[in-house]
Design a protein around this ligand. Structure first.
Ligand SMILES: [Zn+2]
Length: 230
């Protein structure tokens, strides 16, 4: 069904429910929710834009490297921080500084970092809405983007993301994280690319490499949530 007609159908279904709710009792057969409600969010691994921009995203949040924070603040990098609540439970000040004094934003990466495809709708909702609620309580700013752990998701994840306040599932174009002793080759970045980093022991050198690659390509880091409609 075309999206517009689907929206009409959803509205009509909701409108039909209102008088029933007002009566206080549903006497007819139960009204099943339409299959695709709420509307699934888009999946974004690269932003279509002609602006000379790239997007810096940093995940998890376990290692609170002062040098990385200084680099983000000194260069005014609007990073998207896909944090786990556990990673700020022992030191939220590190991230408050990045948000309050810099241009970074906290986004959703679930509560417990599961492979969401192993969970049913209730389990996925607990992970995504639970992280949203904890971010909101801690930082006073609700996440608008959801990065599913490991980049794995299913159709349920796309509707759950919407229900938990996200307007997109965000994966990545390039993972520039150094894992152990292996540093991935630096790609030639293009406008709209999404770079993935992690708050690990090499985050500062990885971030510097990403910023250098952006500069070499004539690109400036931009705030990802502002480039995603919805
Ligand atoms: Zn992660």
């Amino acid at each position: 069904m075309p999206r517009l007609r689907l929206r009409h159908a959803v509205r009509a279904a909701l409108a039909a429910l209102v008088p029933l709710a007002l009566l206080g009792a549903v006497t007819g057969p139960a009204h099943a929710a339409p299959a695709a409600w709420p509307e699934p969010v888009p999946v974004v691994s690269h932003v279509e834009t002609t602006d000379p921009v790239v997007f810096i995203t940093i995940d998890d949040g376990w290692y609170h490297d002062p040098a990385a924070a200084k680099l983000l603040l000194d260069r005014r990098v609007p990073a998207s921080l896909f944090l786990l609540p556990g990673a700020y439970s022992y030191d939220s000040g590190y991230f408050h500084t990045l948000l309050d004094q810099g241009r970074s934003r906290v986004e959703n990466h679930t509560v417990n970092h599961p492979d969401l495809t192993t969970l049913d709708a209730t389990g996925q909702k607990a992970e995504a809405c639970g992280a949203r609620d904890q971010h909101l309580a801690q930082f006073g700013d609700g996440p608008r983007l959801l990065r599913p752990p490991y980049g794995t998701f299913d159709e349920t994840t796309r509707t759950t993301a919407r229900a938990c306040g996200a307007k997109a599932l965000v994966t990545w174009t390039y993972d520039l994280t150094t894992w152990g002793r292996w540093t991935p080759p630096t790609p030639r970045l293009k406008a709209g690319d999404i770079v993935l980093l992690h708050f690990n022991e090499t985050v500062t050198q990885d971030l510097r490499r990403a910023l250098d690659a952006a500069e070499a390509a004539g690109l400036t880091p931009a705030p990802l949530r502002d480039y995603i409609p919805g």
